[in-house]
Write a protein that binds this ligand. Structure first.
Ligand SMILES: Cc1ncc(COP(=O)(O)O)c(C=O)c1O
Length: 395
């Protein structure tokens, strides 16, 4: 397994020094990670951030001031990625927690009781909305057809009763994207809010929350942001902060968490009112390192390279007789490309044995390259997929 781009000098290349980046990812010495839609590999930067926290903990026992500052810096790094201000960012342990915080701040008991959610939502997001039914909410689903959501289908579900629209930016199953700006316009025209789960796009597709005009946008860090599980962030439109009071809360949601007053429920004036308990501090170190790395390369440049790799995946998959799940328009998908397989778990296991890390989901194998993957990686992954189908007796 080579850590550098070798025989493809006639091929397109990314706008950054891919060889230098590949040397910073130890896993590439033995394996081709194509599972960035699930868990991106470790880099020297994220490893150093984890080591830094562990060393500090070991040497000093505790440095609460530094830990709080780091959490703020991680929020700052997320803010920079989505063109927001740090005061518009809240921190959570997961996207589920972020969605719950917003859901808990909405009143479904009078007037606007409908939640419009796409069938492309990751199950956890759908579950959070369904759990609001005892609080008076009704969930209306917008269908997935042919592996994608038609934006016009939102109009049939939207009405004067809609409280919020929930739309993933990228569909976890096959990477199909929805246009948050278009959905914001449709939602706002109906007087509804728009919540966007950008877990499958942040770090892969440029996101500007101001230009998109979304109300809430959340993501965790272990996919294209090169981090780890256990931390997630959410942008909240500043004009909404003052009027929202999440009932899922904790001491870090207070105006001054260190006032230590159990009898006073005051609210932070910033998006930190959505924060809850002690933040995942070690994860904040790793998350910031990952986000800074991605921001440093530049999401525009990453997106450009992903597009080259997506064409290679789609064309190469077809040439090998593989069946694509979803559309072929690379301008309407994030980095992952999905192929239909009979037993995705068995195929994933067989591909791992062949030195490629894919990601199995239901009836598909997802191949999700990132900034460090080469055209050779894509070709090898497709060959491994064909080989694995043979290994598992599928062809
Ligand atoms: C689009 C999307 N949303 C949410 C999640 C999971 O969120 P959580 O952080 O709650 O585990 C995933 C995980 O794969 C995802 O792909």
């Amino acid at each position: 397994m080579s850590n550098t781009v070798s025989s493809t000098s006639h091929m397109p290349r990314p706008k950054y020094d891919i060889d230098a980046w590949r040397r910073r990812i130890p896993l590439l010495r033995t394996t081709i990670p194509m599972n960035n839609c699930s868990q991106a590999p470790q880099t020297d930067a994220t490893r150093a951030a984890a080591d830094h926290y562990l060393d500090m903990w070991n040497r000093q026992g505790m440095d609460w001031d530094a830990w709080m500052a780091e959490t703020q810096l991680a929020k700052q790094a997320f803010a920079a990625l989505v063109n927001a201000h740090v005061d518009e960012i809240a921190v959570f342990s997961s996207v589920s927690d972020a969605t719950n915080a917003i859901a808990s701040a909405l009143d479904f008991s009078a007037g606007r009781s409908a939640i419009v959610a796409s069938e492309a939502e990751f199950p956890t997001v759908g579950h959070v909305w369904l759990a609001q039914q005892p609080r008076g909410a009704r969930v209306k689903w917008v269908p997935v057809r042919d592996g994608q959501v038609d934006p016009n289908d939102y109009d049939a579900a939207l009405g004067s009763d809609t409280a919020i629209v929930s739309a993933c930016h990228g569909y976890y199953m096959n990477g199909a994207t929805q246009d948050p700006a278009d959905l914001a316009a449709r939602s706002h025209a109906a007087g509804a809010l728009l919540y966007v789960d950008a877990y499958q796009t942040l770090g892969a597709v440029p996101v500007d929350v101001k230009a998109l005009d979304v109300d809430f946008l959340s993501s965790g860090n272990l996919k294209y942001l090169m981090g780890v599980p256990g931390i997630a962030f959410m942008y909240v439109r500043p004009e909404l902060i003052e009027r929202l009071r999440p009932t899922v809360t904790g001491w870090f949601g207070r105006a001054n968490p260190f006032a230590f007053d159990a009898k006073t429920l005051d609210w932070s004036a910033t998006a930190s009112r959505f924060d809850s308990g002690t933040p995942a501090i070690m994860n904040a170190y790793i998350a910031r390192a990952g986000m800074d790395l991605v921001h440093g390369i530049g999401v525009e440049a990453i997106r450009h390279w992903h597009t080259v790799l997506a064409h290679r995946l789609i064309d190469g998959g077809r040439a090998r007789g593989l069946i694509l799940h979803g559309g072929t328009d690379v301008t309407r998908k994030t980095a992952s490309t999905a192929f239909m397989v009979p037993d995705s778990h068995a195929v994933e296991v067989a591909m791992r044995k062949r030195g490629v890390l894919p990601s199995a989901r239901g009836e598909v194998i997802r191949l999700a390259p990132h900034f460090y993957n080469t055209i050779d990686d894509v070709d090898s992954a497709l060959d491994a997929l064909v080989g694995a189908l043979g290994d598992t007796g599928a062809v």
